[in-house]
Design a protein around this ligand. Structure first.
Ligand code: NAP
Length: 291
């Protein structure tokens, strides 16, 4: 058996085409959705991520503004940039690219963003709504993208067992909450670095989500035949057969596709969906302002 591959790139483009129509409608009402991206420092991966987000804005017709700051920006300066964007009525979404430079407090910056412009969905007010079962606001992009892929593939998780490997504030924990919400109705286990018998726990699951940042950790013999496997991990691994000397790898061993029912590729799975959900949140933030 070979898994159905869940193509996040194709689904992401479909979502962006729908968003472009909502953007046109907003523009007709005199509102131009506008995402401000703050990029501090010279981390090469962050530059690539920001460029990809700006390209997605172009595809959707969303205005994007990039604010470049040096690696030695202070916490006070970063907070001032956020305060300025909070009070700028032309801006609907604010994203401060992670990681922020050493010596700055990323959590404090997240908390300083106006929750109605928090298109990353990481502000405590937005995460709190998620805990309360309110899922119509600004949801964290990667977890929302995973749910959208599962729904698009018509995978029914009602009453089924789901294992989320990873308990981070931005992926694992909010995703576990979304999977357990009414309407999705999975029975969720959250696994982490202290979990015992993780292979056995995964083997009993109908859905395994790996969000740990450890290449090829999830093995073929951890997966129940026909289960859905979502690989959130993005790891750069050495590959001397490539001109660059490296390639991207997920948290799941590629041969899992021989046993899973559905599986996401890396790259081209959850990554593009995360960007599409950022676009979706920006449009939603603009629509909420209009409402
Ligand atoms: P993180 O904050 O480092 O959290 C990793 C989590 O994995 C922690 O909860 C950790 O447990 C757990 N963990 C580590 N090793 C484990 C193991 N062997 N077994 C079980 N659990 C283990 O990472 P993150 O920000 O959530 O990101 C996770 C991965 O997803 C990374 O590769 C990241 O690059 C990727 N990512 C991808 C996207 C995308 O768009 N595709 C978006 C965000 C992140 P403890 O809590 O016990 O330490």
């Amino acid at each position: 058996m070979s898994a159905v591959i869940l193509d996040g790139k194709a689904l992401g483009l479909r979502i962006e085409a729908e968003l472009a129509e909502r953007v046109s409608a907003l523009k007709e009402s005199g509102v131009e959705p506008h995402l401000a991206v703050v990029l501090a420092g010279d981390d090469p991966a962050s530059h690539v991520y920001v460029r990809n987000k700006q390209r997605a804005c172009e595809r959707c017709g969303i205005k994007s503004t990039r604010i470049d700051l040096s690696n030695d920006v202070t916490q006070k300066e970063l907070m001032q940039v956020v305060a300025n964007l909070n009070s700028d009525d032309s801006v609907h979404g604010i994203l401060v690219q992670s990681p922020t430079p050493e010596g700055t407090d990323e959590l404090a910056i997240t908390e300083a963003i106006d929750p109605s412009k928090d298109v990353d969905g990481f502000h405590p007010a937005n995460l709190g709504k998620l805990v309360m079962g309110q899922t119509d606001g600004l949801l964290p992009c990667t977890p929302a993208g995973v749910i959208r892929m599962i729904q698009d593939a018509d995978i029914d998780l009602s009453g089924k067992k789901a294992v989320v490997m990873g308990r981070s504030r931005i992926v694992g924990m909010p995703l576990a909450l979304l999977l357990a919400q009414k309407g999705i109705d999975a029975t969720v286990t959250i696994a982490h670095s202290r979990t015992q018998d993780i292979a056995e726990i995964c083997r009993s699951a109908d859905l395994v989500v790996a969000a740990i940042g450890r290449p090829a950790t999830v093995r073929t013999d951890w997966i129940k035949p026909g289960a859905t496997v979502i690989d959130v991990g993005i790891n750069r691994v050495i590959d001397e057969s490539r001109a660059s000397g490296s390639r991207l790898a997920g948290d799941v061993e590629p041969s899992v596709k021989d046993i899973a029912g559905h599986m996401t590729p890396v790259p081209g799975g959850v990554g593009p969906m995360t960007i599409s959900m950022l676009m979706s949140n920006t449009v939603r933030a603009a629509e909420m302002r209009l409402a």
